[in-house]
Design a protein around this ligand. Structure first.
Ligand code: GLU
Length: 467
């Protein structure tokens, strides 16, 4: 049997971080088994479905590298098929026309609440004589749900979960306007797409009971179900905007690498011994549902950030330059030229040691690409006091004909410091302030080597002139 999984988001907003994890688990499960991973956009709620949200889902999945197989299926386009299945159930006597009006249903619900009853639904129309039905009420189609016994889910994560059928009323399959309900559409689509495993959040567990009843009525083999716990915030409540960003694209903007995000989302609910870092190949090789935890995982920004730092340190310099280029271009107000890119590339091994996000990396790399004169932070300005400027004046002279390697430059600065009875830092800090506009940077002699003599002397000149 070929494994087929699917990710079935409703396009009502961005790609939620929980949705991204669901997609990842479905993707890994399919790839692990050499199966198919499909994408279905559940756009039957026409009012809430937005084209921008569809784009955001595509973008988010692409960013995370979760490629889907075959065409995207748009659920709304299959409304006729869904209606056909509802009518088929009607013809088989497994569903019925129900004539309660919305007002009557509300009144029933309120009466039940007032009397403290949990069930409220009166299945009056289930076996009604067709001669007695009202002519002026457009009916919905409801499933004749079993009244006795239990529905049991053998969940691949939660274990066996059961509920009494008496707890469930006859669900609506087709609304009065002929549109299918979520419950019907999902079952028909999963069946027609040949889905073998439904992996989704445990907020859908109660839907699964209903969906199983529908599979039963249709005589279709249901897929296997696996419900994972939702992601919680640090306070143990369901992850929401209160806890920070919940949209996957926000993490991209905050400077997280997709592979770090993926690794983090994988560990958020799944474990493989004590391992924390997984290559894509390892994740695919090792992923299984047995090791998905039942307890809700807590989102930990600090952990994600540390993991991201690890991934940045292990990312190829060229790729980091490509990733930074648009961010830096936006900051300097124009594209990077070849000189700027070359400097970034040479400076990257040191820069990437320190940054935990691409935002931090871009900030620390800005001085390499900024046009002169540099902006100075307050701290840099303070370093460039009279003594600092005096150091720069003397150093500028000796740098004019110093061999241009980091070792020679350092030797030169040391000599200068010794001669003037200064600590090396006293010479290095003004250089750093003048050359980077800040008080923290990669080793300053490396920075000098990369900037080149001409640029260094010009920046020193700027610093001395500006103050
Ligand atoms: N469209 C549903 C949602 O976004 C998911 C349906 C499913 O996975 O069965 O929550």
């Amino acid at each position: 049997m070929q494994v087929v999984t699917r990710f079935a988001p409703s396009p009502t907003g961005f790609l939620h971080i929980g949705g991204a994890r669901t997609a990842l688990f479905n993707w890994l499960f399919a790839r692990h088994h050499g199966g198919r991973f499909q994408l279905r956009i559940e756009d039957t709620d026409r009012e809430r479905s937005k084209p921008e949200a569809v784009e955001a889902i595509f973008d988010g999945l692409r960013w995370l590298g979760l490629d889907w197989d075959g065409e995207v299926l748009f659920q709304f386009s299959r409304a006729d098929r869904h209606a056909e299945v509802a009518r088929q159930l009607l013809a088989a006597g497994k569903a019925y026309y129900c004539y309660w009006t919305p007002e009557e249903l509300t009144a029933m619900r309120e009466a039940a609440r007032a009397e403290g009853r949990s069930g409220y639904f009166d299945p009056k129309w289930r076996d009604a004589d067709p001669a007695t039905v009202p002519q002026d009420v457009p009916p919905v189609i409801r499933l004749k749900s079993p009244r006795d016994g239990e529905t049991v889910v053998q969940d691949l994560i939660q274990g066996e979960v059961r509920t009494a059928n008496a707890q469930m009323d006859d669900m609506v399959l087709l609304r009065a306007d002929g549109t299918p309900t979520y419950m019907l559409a999902v079952v028909v689509d999963d069946h027609d797409m040949g889905v073998t495993h439904v992996i989704r959040g445990d907020d859908h567990l109660t839907n699964t009971f209903r969906q199983l009843q529908l599979y039963q009525a249709l005589d279709w083999t249901p897929p296997a179900f696996a419900h994972q716990s939702l992601i919680h915030g640090p306070d143990g409540k369901k992850m929401s905007k209160r806890h920070g960003a919940v949209g996957a694209e926000v993490y991209r903007d905050m400077g997280f690498l997709p592979e770090a995000m993926r690794n983090y989302l994988l560990r958020l609910g799944w474990s493989h011994g004590d391992d924390e870092i997984f290559s894509t190949e390892q994740a695919i090789e090792w992923f299984n549902l047995e090791n998905v935890g039942r307890a809700a995982a807590r989102f930990d920004m600090e952990k994600l950030t540390v993991l991201n730092g690890h991934y940045i340190r292990h990312t190829e310099d060229h790729r980091l330059v490509d990733l930074l280029a648009p961010r830096l271009a936006a900051q300097i107000g124009g594209p990077l030229d070849d000189t700027a890119r070359a400097r970034l590339l040479r400076g990257m091994p040191s820069l990437k040691e320190r940054a935990k996000t691409l935002v931090e990396l871009a900030e620390s790399a800005l001085f390499y690409v900024q046009p002169r004169p540099l902006m100075m932070t307050d701290k840099a300005t303070k370093i460039l006091d009279a003594a600092g400027l005096n150091v720069l004046k003397h150093l500028s002279e000796s740098l004019a004909d110093c061999p241009w390697t980091r070792d020679d430059l350092e030797a030169e600065a040391r000599q200068f410091a010794e001669k003037n009875d200064l600590k090396l830092g006293k010479a290095a800090q003004p250089l750093r302030a003048a050359l980077t506009g800040t008080n923290v940077s990669p080793p300053i002699f490396e920075v000098m080597e990369i900037l080149g003599r001409e640029e260094v002397l010009a920046r020193l000149e700027d610093a001395r002139g500006a103050t």
